[in-house]
Design a protein around this ligand. Sequence first.
Ligand SMILES: NC(=O)c1ccc[n+]([C@@H]2O[C@H](COP(=O)([O-])OP(=O)(O)OC[C@H]3O[C@@H](n4cnc5c(N)ncnc54)[C@H](O)[C@@H]3O)[C@@H](O)[C@H]2O)c1
Length: 337
Amino acid sequence: MNKLKKIYKKEVLITGGAGYIGSAVAHDLIRKGHKVTVLDNLSTGFKRLVPPKATFFKTDISNTTNLKKILKKKKFDVVMHFAAFIKVDESVKKPAKYYNNNFKKTKIFLDYCINRGIDKIIFSSTAAVYGNKKKKVTEKDKLSPSSPYALSKKKCEEFIFNQNKLKRCNYIILRYFNVAGSPPNLETGLVTKKATHLIKKLCEFVLGKKKIFYIYGSNYPTKDGTAIRDFIHISDLSMLHILSMNYLLKKNISQVFNCGYGKEYSVLQIVKSALRISKKKLTFIFSSRRKGDVGYAVADNIKIKKYLKFRPRYGNINYIINTALKWEKKIKNKKFF
Ligand SMILES: NC(=O)c1ccc[n+]([C@@H]2O[C@H](COP(=O)([O-])OP(=O)(O)OC[C@H]3O[C@@H](n4cnc5c(N)ncnc54)[C@H](O)[C@@H]3O)[C@@H](O)[C@H]2O)c1
């Protein structure tokens, strides 16, 4: 039994593990008995979100002097690369910031990992690489990024595809749709200064942290004129990383997977649900579309069901909003900034 357990335990290198998604995956991996090392420069993340049992290094992913010291200490089975800047609207204003941090530094980092023998890569990509589509997207659909953020992710994907063609690595690229909520035990969650995530902003609004709530865009060609999104609960997304890791280590086959439930919700529907759940009667304002936003982004998720045997556990939108709200209440008086 002990022997079996030993074989099963993996050494996982995580970048961006002090952030929202990376920290949730780090917690889940540790709970399953894996060993986790987190690299994060804390530019948008927080040390206190990193599980205490993880080994933590405060470093930029492009700092090869630090990487040299860290990577020589352990042999990693897999790297999960989350570290990135993630704000679509900011990327429109500062495209170079996104190109440098998300693409250039990813290239330096992954190249360094591959040269040191870490050749199994799980990469956080985004539904935004598809751009504006009218129907559910499959992984084979043409990519057409509509913001510098999305473009930076597409460039990373291309770099990984090329490395794979050169037989230098195998990968799982996960294209996340809208990630939301907190794990049921509220051990981690989303902390950010100027949130752009719809559900996060709504939680801040209903808890009185924000006075006005803007719905960006009311003239999209959708049933109520607001944008349509596909929300995935953080813990189901986290599970997809563990399933991906097991798949990659067992089969050594590279794959791209959409990570969403394939359910459509309009922004207005989500706003109304949040107000109903929180029992608040607040008014919101319709505003013009944000640059870089698309009208419709919903996953065809047949592939994750087929290859990863993905069975969602937290797909109920009320549950997603509820856990986000509980997390927001939990951190309301905690000083993060
Ligand atoms: N949150 C979403 O809805 C969503 C949707 C699609 C894709 N993604 C992708 O998921 C990943 C994680 O997103 P998140 O929501 O957890 O964001 P986050 O901002 O909470 O976490 C990102 C982490 O990366 C760290 N980081 C950034 N640049 C770094 C660098 N150069 N060196 C070291 N550390 C660095 C930050 O300090 C932070 O802790 C990102 O790659 C993002 O593009 C997120």
